[in-house]
Each structure stands twice: as C-alpha cells, then as structure tokens.
Design a protein around this ligand. Structure first.
Ligand SMILES: [Zn+2]
Length: 397
C-alpha cells in the first residue's frame, strides 16, 4: 500500500521522547513557558486530580550539562528518580493520606513492593510501579522478624543466591529461624542454599525479632533515600541495561540492542511514549487519533504494530513473526506474547524495527518526510548489525 503525504499537523511545540536524539539541545527561550508546562505535565504526571505529584525544578533540567544542569539525555533517569521518591513514600510514609489512598486502591493485602498493576491502573500508579525496580536496585532489606522477606524475590544478600533444584522458593526468611536459639537454623539453610551462599546467609545478622523487616536505602552512609542518589542508580541501571534483581534477568535472553532502543521498548511497554493518545490523556490539547490513518487512537500498540505504515513494514519481516497473532490489547501484552514465540535474534530485530517505525512516524509528523517500508526495515537492520559488530569487538572484562 502506498503512503500518502500528510498535511503538516498542529503539533506540540516540543515533544520530549520524539526528539530524543536532540536532548542535548537547549530549548529556545521563546518555547519555554508553554512548552515547559506541557512537558512538565506530561513527564511528571501532574494533573488536576493528582497535583501532589509535582516534582522537578524544570529550569535545572533545561540547563545544559556544561553549565551544571543534567542535560536532556538523562531526563528519563531523572524522571525515574523523582518517581522513586514518591514510591519510597508508599513504603515508609505509612501515615500519609497519599499512602492510605494508594494502599486501599492498589495493594490492600500486600506491600507496595509486592503490588501488581491491576486492572484499570491510573497513569500515576503505573508510573510509580515503573520506579519500583530502581528502589529494588538501590535498597536492601534489614531483617527484623523475617516475615516479610521472601528468600528469592527480595534483596537481602549482596548477591542473588542460588538454590538447590526443586526447593520451595516462596519461603520467607522467618522459615529459616531456629525458634530456640533465635538464630539461623543451619540444617534448613544447608538444605535450601547452594554451598557458596550458605556462609553468606549465615553471616546475615538477625535483628530484633520483635520488629518488622524494613527496606533501607543502600546508596549512602545515612541510609536515607535521596533523589540525587536515586538518579545515580537510574543512570547505572541505564548503563547496565537492567538491575541485578530485576525480572529482566529472570528472562535469560539478554537482548543485544542499543541502550536507546532498549529504553524505547521499555517506554512503549510501560505505555509512557508520548503518543497522541497518551498526550491527550495527559490533557495536552491534541487529537488522540492516529495522524497517519485516522482510524484509531494513536497508542503505542497502534503506531508500532497495527497502523498501516507499521503493517507495511512488518509484512516485509520474514520468519515466525508473520504467524504471530496480532490481537494483543496493549503493546505490553504484545511484547509478552512475542517473547514466548520468537527467538532472541528475532526479538532483537522486532525491537529495532519498532524503533525504526517510531522514527519514521516522527519524520512524517515533524518534517513531512516519508520513509518507505523497505527503507525503514533496512535502517533497523543496519543499526542492529553495526551495534552488534561494535559490541563484539569491545574488550570484555
Ligand atoms: Zn494509524
């Protein structure tokens, strides 16, 4: 199908992730008042009803790095650090109204760290959960009675332990205490943990058994959460691609794709790409409909998978992808389905093509310049090959 030239749309003066590669640019002064408030609303999730979440000194963020600002490249890390600050309050600020409202609605029977997204999550809740991985990475459990700390899915050792095959991974630390001595039960520890971890476990100090387990921030001496240290954790996670204890590691296939593409996929899966549908949801005055086909709201799933432009590109990709059912309701669901069905190589290519489609859509919006489906696919392939060649040739340590 041939693409038709679109009229130049009325767009935002500046749209953050769409201009991701140009984040180092300083905003022209004339754009600042309107553009910034629109951006601030979008990025920091501030709406009329959720005004409490308003976080950042925007001027500081806009200052280029060489003048002491953070530079736009790190805007995502900053966003996460700010979100983490609010998420931390859902762990420790248990007397606040903020806590009680979210607790009642989203995690009435468990802690924030164990909460699920749930059906019909608000934008803020979804954002808060996205910051949870950062909290996991930057904190450690201080053991009280051991009843809240799961041996597998909580971070309580310097390294994630390995277990004997077939062991019950749902056990809590409290299951390993000897009720008489109030210390570790060595027999139970030996039965569960593999040898290199047994001593490490036995060295973990049992605190006051009358007290509750607490999550403490592990990134400064004072063990006090700060946005500055959270920001450093976010940068670190960005560099390593994922946190040590993250679910990404449970999925053993670590993708070899450029970090910016990984970040893009994360944004698409978390439904925080600045698509028209998301901008409209953030009360940015814009038409939520897709500007290419006008048939549907411009969600991540639509623009990257269902829209005509996207379909034309996917039709050119060979392999199992052609047989994959496209009835997913969100981009996240689609990603989950494809992870089951595709090989690692195919998934990498899938991510690259999605990224390439997104860029082509943006060129269409912002520069009224069309890219053919063949060219979109080719640029994805070239970028992936270049990246993988480069990373292969880098020395390993
Ligand atoms: Zn469309």
């Amino acid at each position: 199908m041939k693409l038709t030239q679109l009229p130049q749309q009325q767009r935002l003066p500046f749209s953050p992730a769409r201009h991701h590669d140009h984040f180092e640019l300083e905003l022209p002064g004339a754009w600042k008042p309107s553009g910034n408030s629109v951006l601030a609303k979008y990025w920091w999730g501030q709406t009329r009803n959720e005004r409490k979440i308003h976080w950042i000194n925007w001027g500081k963020l806009c200052t280029p790095k060489n003048r002491g600002g953070v530079g736009f490249r790190n805007i995502h890390a900053f966003n996460l650090a700010m979100l983490a600050k609010q998420a931390w309050r859902l762990i420790h600020g248990t007397h606040s109204l903020f806590y009680r409202v979210y607790k009642a609605r989203y995690f009435p029977t468990c802690s924030f760290m164990e909460a699920h997204l749930g059906s019909n999550p608000s934008y803020v809740w979804r954002s808060l959960l996205s910051a949870r991985e950062l909290l996991q990475e930057g904190s450690v459990w201080k053991i009280g009675d051991g009843s809240s700390v799961g041996i597998q899915n909580h971070k309580w050792l310097p390294h994630p332990p390995t277990f004997h095959a077939g062991m019950d991974l749902t056990l809590r630390m409290a299951d390993f205490i000897n009720p008489q001595t109030k210390q570790w039960d060595r027999g139970k520890v030996n039965a569960q943990f593999q040898p290199p971890f047994r001593d490490m476990v036995m060295r973990v100090h049992w605190g006051n058994l009358e007290s509750r387990d607490t999550l403490v921030w592990n990134e400064n001496k004072a063990q006090m959460f700060s946005v500055r240290t959270a920001y450093q954790v976010a940068l670190r996670m960005n560099q390593t691609g994922s946190a040590k204890h993250s679910r990404v590691h449970e999925d053993k296939r670590i993708w070899s794709i450029p970090p910016k593409v990984r970040n893009f996929m994360w944004q698409a899966s978390s439904d925080i790409l600045p698509t028209h549908a998301n901008l409209a949801r953030r009360r940015v005055p814009t038409d939520p409909k897709c500007a290419v086909c006008g048939l549907s709201d411009e969600t991540a799933l639509h623009i990257l998978w269902q829209c005509l432009l996207a379909r034309n590109v996917w039709a050119l990709v060979r392999g199992k992808l052609q047989k994959c059912d496209s009835s997913a309701r969100t981009f996240f669901c689609l990603a989950q389905t494809l992870k089951e069905k595709l090989s690692r190589k195919e998934l990498e290519m899938w991510a690259m093509v999605a990224w390439s489609i997104w860029n082509a859509q943006n060129r269409l919006y912002f520069e009224a310049s069309q890219t053919s489906p063949h060219a979109i696919l080719k640029s994805a392939k070239t970028l992936l090959e270049d990246y993988q060649r480069l990373t292969r040739s880098m020395p390993r340590n």
